[in-house]
Design a protein around this ligand. Structure first.
Ligand code: ZN
Ligand code: ZN
Ligand code: ZN
Ligand code: ZN
Ligand code: ZN
Ligand code: ZN
Ligand code: ZN
Length: 448
């Protein structure tokens, strides 16, 4: 028998030879008969012997290292293989620190120096020794002696053990509270803030008191409280021009009671005139119509009785026919007047002296309609009663009224406007009231 010689280009190692020998022995055992593994012919055991010559030849054959795929370039005789493997840099060995890792001889140095969890590491900052895994998990990045940057990015560099104190008490980028307004600020901006802080205590500009007051209260202090502030006399609106420090004002008031009282009297008189003027102005505004004046007569029953006994005339509030129009008033005799006495309501219109008479057209010529409202709820069923006339320019009632015109003089209108019988029908009287409308036809009004 023999073993095939390997060419140096195949990766046959010592293991391959063992494997071949084992295969042969198994073959022999299994068969119970010695047979040649090559051609399977029976062999004579007596003729099997070690072949030194062949062994030498095999052991001299050139082989490559089994790690040549990993990069080992070793090529040599088979007999030198074991010696090579004992130092082949690609052969796996166990970490001498017993960290359980298997590593190639090549990476052992690296492992021992940098990654073996059982290696001992000396911290470059504190010079203490740590097992590698402890160092990485706990100490690295936490060494109190390592110099680091301040986390507030203030630019300071200091050993970690001093960092907390620095950030709490020294760092100019630390957050601090303004002691006056309690808002948070970066420390280096605090001073600038306090030039504007509304709660920062400042002295009164009048130096009234050494006690300082919050900045935002100074204005109110000066206006309302500061005894040194110059104030105007309480009677300023009445005309007193006196000014003095607040603490002196009482004295001024005591000494000038008479003068102040006179000022007040003058003021009251002046205001009274103004009130009268305003009332007149207000009156002329509220009594301007668009030509339609509606007059409600409440307490009808009582007024009717008064009218029966006294033949009293009811005169309406005066009104203007337009903003710069004629001033007039309506008048009513509930128990009738003249031809209508005792049986009718009589209604008249009176032209009164007005503000704009001098610029209006005379005699008065606008058509006038009197209406009595039917106060029925249903709008469509109402039957208002109306009478209209066009003023006769020759009648004295329609001439320009003089200032001394007799207001009690009778106007122009209808003595027999509505009979008492008709008045009791429908809803002419409702809730003890009647409502009369006077409509002046402004279509023909020539605006002054
Ligand atoms: Zn090798
Ligand atoms: Zn290790
Ligand atoms: Zn350290
Ligand atoms: Zn800092
Ligand atoms: Zn503040
Ligand atoms: Zn003050
Ligand atoms: Zn005064």
């Amino acid at each position: 028998m023999g073993v095939e010689k390997e060419s140096p280009t195949s990766s046959l190692g010592r293991d391959s030879i063992y494997r071949a020998s084992l295969k042969l022995l198994r073959h022999i055992k299994n068969a119970g008969v010695f047979r040649c593994p090559e051609d399977d012919r029976p062999l004579d055991y007596a003729q099997i012997y070690p072949d030194d010559e062949l062994t030498t030849e095999v052991m001299n054959s050139l082989i490559r290292c089994r790690y040549h795929k990993e990069g080992c370039r070793w090529v040599d005789k088979l007999q030198n293989l074991q010696a090579h493997l004992d130092q082949c840099p690609y052969d796996s060995i166990q970490c001498p620190n017993s960290c359980t890792r298997m590593l190639s001889r090549l990476s052992l140095d690296d492992h021992l120096e940098f990654s073996c969890p059982r290696r001992m590491v000396v911290c470059e900052f504190c010079n203490q020794q740590f097992p590698g895994d402890l160092f990485e998990k706990q100490h690295a990045g936490n060494c109190p002696y390592e110099v680091t940057w301040c986390e507030n990015k203030c630019g300071a560099k200091l050993e970690r053990r001093f960092l907390a104190n620095h950030m709490r008490n020294e760092c100019h980028k630390r957050t601090v509270q303004c002691p006056y307004c309690n808002r948070d600020f970066v420390q280096e901006t605090l001073q600038t803030h306090q030039y504007q802080c509304p709660r920062f205590p400042v002295a009164c500009p009048n130096r009234c008191d050494p006690t300082k007051i919050p900045r935002e209260e100074v204005e109110v202090h000066i206006q309302a409280l500061c005894p040194s502030a110059t104030v105007s006399c309480t009677f300023k609106e009445a005309g007193c021009k006196h000014k003095c420090p607040r603490f002196n004002m009482d004295k001024h008031l005591d000494n000038n009671m008479k003068g102040h009282l006179q000022l007040m009297c003058d003021l009251v008189a002046k205001q009274q005139t103004q009130i009268t003027q305003l009332c007149n102005a207000l009156y002329s505004i509220t009594h301007v119509t668009d030509g339609t004046f509606v007059w409600k007569i409440s307490n009808y029953k009582q007024k009717f009785l008064e009218s029966v006994y006294k033949n009293a005339e009811l005169v309406s509030e005066p009104f203007y026919t337009s903003r710069y129009g004629y001033k007039m008033a309506a008048s009513l005799f509930l128990n009738g007047n003249g031809a209508g006495e005792g049986k009718y309501i009589s209604v008249y219109i009176k032209i009164l002296p007005g503000e704009y008479d001098n610029i209006l057209e005379w005699p008065f010529a606008l058509p006038i309609t009197f209406s009595l409202f039917d106060q029925c709820v249903e709008f469509d069923f109402r039957a208002n009663i109306s009478e209209s006339f066009v003023p006769d320019p020759t009648w004295k009632h329609f001439q320009k009224p003089r200032k001394d015109t007799d207001r009690d003089a009778l106007g122009f209108g209808y003595p027999k406007f509505v009979s008492h019988e008709i008045l009791k029908t429908r809803d002419y009287i409702k809730d003890d009231s009647i409502i009369i409308k006077v409509k002046v036809d402004n279509n023909k009004f020539i605006s002054p």
